[in-house]
Design a protein around this ligand. Structure first.
Ligand code: ATP
Ligand code: MG
Length: 272
C-alpha cells in the first residue's frame, strides 16, 4: 500500500475537505495520514461563524516528531492551508520528503474573489508552494489569482493554462477544475504539444459543497495509482457526476452537507 499525506482543514460538520478526502483515498487503498491544517466546528458555508482552532503552532511539532520517527510518505495532497506561515512549513517539510507525487489544490477563492482572510501575500506563498507540485488543481478564480490575469467566468483557456504552466516546474501539469463548456462541467489542461484538452460531464442543477475537495482527492488517488492524467481526470469527473446525481436523488432538506459519497465509493471499489 502506498502512503499519502493529506493536508487540509478539518470541519467537524459538513462532510467536506479532509472528511471527504479520507474515505475516498482509503477506498483507493492508501494508508492515509490525515493532517488538519486548521480545525473548524463546521465548514464556512451556511452555518454561521464556526469555532476555529489555528494549528500553526502544532504543525511544526508534528513535522519535528515525524522527522524523528523517520516517517516517509510516498505522496501528498494539499488543500486549504490558511496562512503564509503554514504554506512555508509545508513547503519545507515536503521538499525534504522526496515524494513520488505532490498534488496541490491551491485553495484561494471562488466566484472571482479571494476567500476572506486571504490577501496578495498569501497568493504569493501559494505561488511558492506550487513550485514543488507535480499537478495543481486551481478553479477558474484561482487560475486568475495565481497568474494575475483578470477574472472571467469563461477565460481563454490556452493563455491561462500557459501562464499557469510557467509557475510550475518542468513536467508538472496545471489543471483548471470548474470549466464549463456547453452544458458540461469539467477539467482543462495542456497536452505535451501545448493544445488545450478538456474532459467533462453534464452539469447537474444546483451548487454543492465539497465537490472541489472530493475531485482533488480522486485525482490525486488515481494519479498515484498510475493512471494517466487524461484517464484520471475522466474517471474523477465521472465519479463527481455520480456524487452530485446521488445528492440530487436524496432531495435533501439541508443543503449544507457535502456531496453524497456512496455511489462514488462504490465506483472506486469496483475499480479495485
Ligand atoms: P471549490 O469551489 O470546492 O474550491 P472548484 O471550484 O475547484 O471547487 P467545483 O465547481 O466544486 O470546483 O467543481 C469541481 C468538480 O465537481 C467539477 O469539475 C465537476 O466534476 C463536479 N461538479 C461540480 N458541480 C457540479 C454540478 N453542478 N454538476 C455536475 N458536476 C459538478
Ligand atoms: Mg468552485
Amino acid at each position: 500500500m502506498a502512503s499519502i499525506l493529506v493536508a487540509e482543514d478539518l470541519s467537524a460538520v459538513g462532510g467536506i475537505s479532509l472528511s471527504a478526502a479520507l474515505p475516498v483515498l482509503t477506498a483507493m487503498q492508501y494508508d492515509v495520514a490525515a493532517l488538519p491544517t486548521s480545525l473548524l466546528s463546521t465548514h464556512t458555508s451556511g452555518y454561521g461563524r464556526p469555532a476555529v482552532v489555528d494549528l500553526s503552532s502544532w504543525l511544526p511539532a508534528v513535522f519535528k516528531h515525524w522527522t524523528q520517527a523517520q516517517l516517509k510518505f510516498d505522496q501528498a495532497l494539499i488543500g486549504y492551508v490558511g496562512s503564509v506561515e503554514l504554506c512555508g512549513l509545508l513547503t519545507d517539510y515536503l521538499t525534504n520528503q522526496n515524494l513520488d507525487l505532490l498534488v496541490v489544490d491551491p485553495v484561494l477563492g471562488d466566484l472571482g474573489k479571494l476567500y476572506s482572510g486571504f490577501d496578495q501575500t498569501y497568493v504569493g506563498a501559494m505561488r511558492t508552494l506550487i513550485k514543488s507540485a507535480d499537478v495543481i488543481l486551481p478553479n477558474v478564480t484561482e487560475a486568475s489569482l495565481l497568474t494575475d490575469l483578470p477574472y472571467q467566468r469563461h477565460p481563454e483557456l490556452k493563455p491561462t493554462l500557459t501562464a499557469l504552466q510557467r509557475l510550475l516546474k518542468p513536467g508538472a501539469h496545471a489543471v483548471i477544475t470548474d470549466v464549463e463548456r456547453d452544458d458540461h462541467i469539467g477539467c482543462a489542461w495542456l497536452d505535451e504539444r501545448g493544445d488545450v484538452q478538456y474532459v467533462g460531464q453534464p452539469r447537474l442543477p444546483g451548487h454543492y459543497n465539497g465537490t472541489g475537495d472530493t475531485l482533488a482527492a480522486a485525482i490525486a488517488g488515481l494519479l498515484g495509482r498510475g493512471f494517466s492524467l487524461t484517464r484520471s481526470l475522466e474517471l474523477a469527473n465521472q465519479w463527481l457526476n455520480l456524487a452530485v446525481a446521488e445528492t440530487l436523488d436524496q432531495r435533501r432538506t439541508d443543503e449544507r452537507q457535502g456531496v453524497a459519497l456512496g455511489q462514488l465509493l462504490r465506483a472506486i471499489l469496483a475499480l479495485n
